[in-house]
Write a protein of this length. Structure first.
Length: 232
């Protein structure tokens, strides 16, 4: 029997949280439900879940600070924020603290399950991937290990940075549209996800600044292209 996907749910509305938990359990997931951020952090340390669903406004530790703590411990576990519909700042701040996605309240349960399944499929795909390495000039990149070496400097990437750079490497020297990148990496084309992607693009550019055979080009009104000088 396959091991159940474990979800950490942090939501201070007990009625809403119970409803989400019961529906997710009906879908076959195992859910650890916590009413505040402090308890959720304790639960995370006891048993690292497969996915985290975090409300933004919670007592004792809010969703943003909880996400930061989780990211200090794991770059891999997907974090989905549950945000108020009108709070656009929450969505942007959530991405800055390490969130992978968000669902706005009120939301349909099917939408929530759909977002969860995107990350389950992504993680399964990553587990099946061979430990492929890309080598161009003074750059070595091993996606499965979150490892990047440029001009003698080693870096450990976050999972999202690795996913994004891997997609560029898989499509090296090809123009990639913004919407295609967002759909492939984040599962949907969305304004706030686009803002988040731009942050990750900036980080990747900094990591590649000393690469002698690779550069990340912005193609106006289209997207991006990873330009390479093949040295293999």
């Amino acid at each position: 029997m396959d091991k159940k996907i474990q979800i950490l749910l942090a939501e201070d509305d007990s009625q809403l949280g119970t409803l989400i938990m019961e529906n997710l359990e009906d879908e076959g997931y195992e859910v650890k439900f916590c009413l505040n951020g402090a308890t959720a952090w304790e639960q995370f340390q006891k048993q690292e879940p497969d996915i985290c669903l975090l409300d933004v406004n919670m007592p004792e530790r809010d969703g943003f600070s909880l996400a930061k703590k989780i990211r200090q411990k794991s770059d891999v576990v997907p974090i989905i924020f549950l945000t108020a519909k009108s709070m656009e700042e929450d969505k942007l701040k959530g991405f800055e603290t390490g969130a992978d996605d968000y669902v706005t309240k009120p939301f349909s349960f099917r939408e929530l399950v759909s977002r969860i399944q995107v990350f389950i499929r992504r993680n399964k795909m990553l587990m099946r991937e061979n430990k492929q390495a890309y080598e161009w000039g003074n750059l070595t990149f091993r996606p499965a290990e979150l490892y990047l070496r440029v001009d003698g400097t080693d870096s450990t990437l976050t999972q999202k940075e690795s996913d994004l750079l891997n997609f560029f490497c898989e499509n090296a020297d090809k123009a990639l549209r913004r919407e295609d990148i967002l759909t492939h990496i984040w599962g949907k084309n969305d304004y706030f996800l686009g803002r988040s992607m731009d942050v990750f693009i900036t980080r990747i550019r900094k990591l590649l600044k000393n690469a002698d055979a690779v550069s990340l080009e912005t193609i106006h009104q289209v997207g991006f292209r990873l330009n390479t000088k093949h040295s293999l």
